[in-house]
Design a protein around this ligand. Structure first.
Ligand SMILES: Nc1ncnc2c1ncn2[C@@H]1O[C@H](COP(=O)(O)OP(=O)(O)OP(=O)(O)O)[C@@H](O)[C@H]1O
Ligand SMILES: [Mg+2]
Length: 260
């Protein structure tokens, strides 16, 4: 008889038979995969295939047309509001726009989740935010305005904010898009450090092939033609043995699809 795996070995997230749609327009169907504790999982595919939409489902912001997303074994769409709030506190999110509030300093941006969701006092919040900024290489940016930061620094500050509540899992939507190769490589290094030093599990949406090879343990490919996942494996394995469209994607990168 199968026994349930011990809690620390059980997958952190389970996506089960997930179909995502806007009205009658199906974006992806029959998605089935786990996020394992401690891994960096890349979600990849051409522009418009549904990567950001999948992320929104995984954080409980969008309701599945069919199927389930379980976090720590609990269905994000079936639990009560209190449980959902508790579950959401366990993960951090950096959205594709990655926006910081321009009316607040960088430090205030990072302290905001602590102000909203923790009972820490002001001095402790400040210390924690300073520590998170140091972690992403922005120790000196606490009092700066977001407008004073470069694109790469803004992304790292947004990651510091997503880390504010010490999440066990970090969702990143296109962390390196719009960055020069050096800033992008630096961000890859940061993701690997987070995993190594804090044991953070990372789910990273990306169509940056270099980043996927540099940081992902496994990569999931969402196909815009078949509207389902074609493959999930280590990037090297997919590059050598994946389905033709996945190999092609990993060779050439994505060409942006026309958006409606
Ligand atoms: N709010 C919405 N209402 C209707 N359709 C939407 C909405 N958001 C996204 N879509 C559609 O769903 C599909 C998937 O969009 P999504 O943003 O998830 O793609 P993506 O893979 O993240 O693309 P990119 O790489 O450009 O960020 C697209 O066809 C898009 O037009
Ligand atoms: Mg997107």
């Amino acid at each position: 008889m199968d026994e349930a795996p011990p809690p620390d070995r059980a997958p952190l997230v389970q996506v089960i038979g997930l179909t995502m749609a806007f009205g009658d327009d199906v974006v992806q169907r029959d998605l089935q995969f786990d996020v394992r504790r401690g891994e960096v999982l890349a979600i990849m595919g051409p522009s418009g295939c549904g990567k950001s939409t999948l992320l929104r489902h995984m954080i409980g912001l969008q309701v599945p047309a069919a199927g389930q997303v379980l976090y720590g074994g609990q269905d994000l769409n079936e639990c009560d509001d209190e449980t959902l709030a508790e579950l959401r506190r366990r993960f951090g999110v950096m959205f594709q726009s990655g926006a910081l509030w321009s009316s607040m300093s960088v430090g205030e941006n990072v302290m905001l989740p602590l102000r909203l969701f923790s009972r820490q006092r002001a001095a402790e919040r400040r210390l924690r935010a300073q520590w998170k900024l140091a972690l992403v290489g922005l120790a000196d940016a606490f009092d700066l305005e977001p407008a004073e930061l470069s694109g790469g620094m803004r992304k790292r500050a947004a990651i510091a904010r997503a880390l504010a509540l010490d999440p066990e899992l970090l969702y990143l939507d296109e962390p390196s898009s719009g960055l020069d190769p050096l800033s992008s490589a630096r961000l890859d290094g940061l993701i690997l450090n987070l995993r190594r030093n804090l044991g953070t599990t990372v789910v990273m949406v990306s169509h940056a092939i270099d980043s996927i090879f540099a940081v992902a343990d496994r990569a999931l490919y969402l196909d815009p033609q078949d509207k389902t996942m074609l493959a999930l494996d280590a990037p090297d394995v997919l590059a050598d043995h994946g389905p033709p469209r996945v190999r092609e994607f990993l060779r050439r990168g994505s060409t942006p699809a026309p958006r409606p």
